[in-house]
Design a protein around this ligand. Sequence first.
Ligand SMILES: *Cc1c(COP(=O)(O)O)cnc(C)c1O
Length: 417
Amino acid sequence: MREIARTAGTPTFVYSRATLEGHFDRLQTAFAPIDALLCYSVKSCANLSVLRTLAARGAGMDVVSVGELQRALEAGIPADKCVYAGVGKRDDEIIAALEAGIGLLNVESEAEFENIARIANQLRTSVRCALRINPDVDPKTHRYTSTGKKETKFGVDLERARRFFQQWGHHEYAKLEGLHLHIGSPIYTVDPYVEALKKTCTLIEDLTSDGIEIRSIDLGGGFGADYESDQSPSAMDYADAILPLALPLKSRGIKFFLEPGRSIAANAGVLLLSVLYTKQSGEKRFAICDAGMNALLRPSHYGSFHFVWPVRPADALVPPTRSSALSMQGLVAQDIVGPLCESGDFLALDRALPPLARGDLLAVFTAGAYGMSMASRYNSSPLPAEVLVSGDRVALIRERETVEDLLAHERHVTALL
Ligand SMILES: *Cc1c(COP(=O)(O)O)cnc(C)c1O
């Protein structure tokens, strides 16, 4: 980490190739009995080198925009191994996906399907579609990332799903033949998957009696990652719960997809920061770092916990503690904050850490997923660099942005000013 900080600077996201591959392989093994195609969720960590690493293990890609589809294609993943979800696909995005030969379009509403069907007709291009169903199960996760409850904007409910297939299940070009679920993230128990899949099985029976054959089921993503401790079920735990319901469907010839993102990328990455200043304000101690919510939005956006620790070999790594374990030897409660002009700009609050000093390096753990991909340029902060580590080799996989990059698209307008 010190060496990376010296050469690449900070803030920098550092990813481990071995961890990316390890998580992917464990999922692949766990779900081998249903021969599921693992479509990695590009939005969790979208760097081309990360996509290439996973593609080399056989991953397909789950994309939610044409930007992400272009990334996947650029990384060498064939379009027919890509599945495309999202409640607001623009016409130009649908056209691009059809022309590329997308593997599966996941449809979120009647209005969207009508539009896809119209475009497919016009282009005389057939496309496989799956209906995203909203099974109304509670994934018991943050309200912002809970996506399978009735009141959310995603998918269509089960009663409407049956009518949807009756009306649209026989379209010539837009071939509606699959079901898609993605109920939220992160989901720390297996029960919501079981509940959602049971409801899906009932729907499939109803559709069969309507004379409609389902050829694919995409179970989405949402598997947990260990942010604090061993809090998440393992790939095998999820599979043990899902397979008993999925195997009979597989033996009927149904093809399975999964869309894991976080469970692969989250703890394959750390965010490397430098402490710029320390400050005492009344009772409070602050360590002010060279990035905060601009690099890692999750703590301020979702109230998420990320383990933070100084990059100092002398300080043994102690188990994560949520708040002031002041009794622990030599630790002091501190807020780890960024440089931005917002009180919401923090990475950790009231955290027991060794005393910090200007120039210390900090590692923010489990930052690989929804870190760089949610990073912003707020306060005209150039985006961080990204580095991939493989064994003892280190490669810069995205250069740090410069202020010139930030200004590149702006124009001097003389007519108005
Ligand atoms: C975000 C998303 C995923 C990935 O979720 P993770 O929790 O990162 O596994 C999968 N599918 C869809 C449709 C998504 O929107």
